[in-house]
Ligand binder design. Structure first.
Ligand code: TYD
Length: 137
């Protein structure tokens, strides 16, 4: 996905079932998100003023959800940038492969839940920005 752009990344509105006792949101493979989920992880206890990300993936698709609190994700395809603020547990951000991302401005107690299309592989990461720009050319 060398040719992917920030416009290929999009907000996904998830199913929300509401009643007076609270809400439930459901995510099913290939129905609510356009890939098979092979891995789930979450970021939490993030100190204020810290940032995460600072890398791109070659093949990995991810759906990122702010299940608690809020944070900002800056997307960069080497040409254009797009900033997305996540603060609702029933909205996710689909990040396609080939996008540099920086996560910042975590609110206190925030939780960043990630559904990923592949198991962890360090080989899938591009952690050097110059290398990313070369990859996108
Ligand atoms: P990283 O993806 O760089 O974190 P972030 O993008 O949130 O800043 O991962 C941080 C560390 O955790 C890194 O050493 C790799 C390790 N890690 C795993 O071992 N398995 C995983 O599934 C993930 C997401 C990270």
């Amino acid at each position: 996905m060398k040719n992917s752009t920030v416009n290929d990344c999009r907000i996904v509105q998830l199913t929300k079932i509401h009643n007076r006792a609270g809400n439930i949101t459901i995510i099913e493979n290939n129905k609510d998100i356009p890939f098979d989920v092979k891995r789930i992880y979450y970021l939490y206890d993030i100190p204020s003023n810290e940032s995460r990300g600072g890398h791109a993936h070659k093949e990995l698709f991810q759906l990122v959800i702010g299940t608690s609190g809020s944070f900002n994700i800056n997307l960069n395809d080497g040409t254009n940038e797009k900033s997305v603020f996540l603060n609702r547990p029933d909205f996710g951000l689909l990040i396609v492969p080939g996008i540099w991302r920086d996560l910042s401005d975590f609110s206190s107690g925030s939780v960043c839940l990630v559904f990923a299309s592949e198991i962890y592989s360090e080989n899938d990461y591009i952690r050097d920005y110059d290398e990313f720009i070369t990859f996108k050319k």
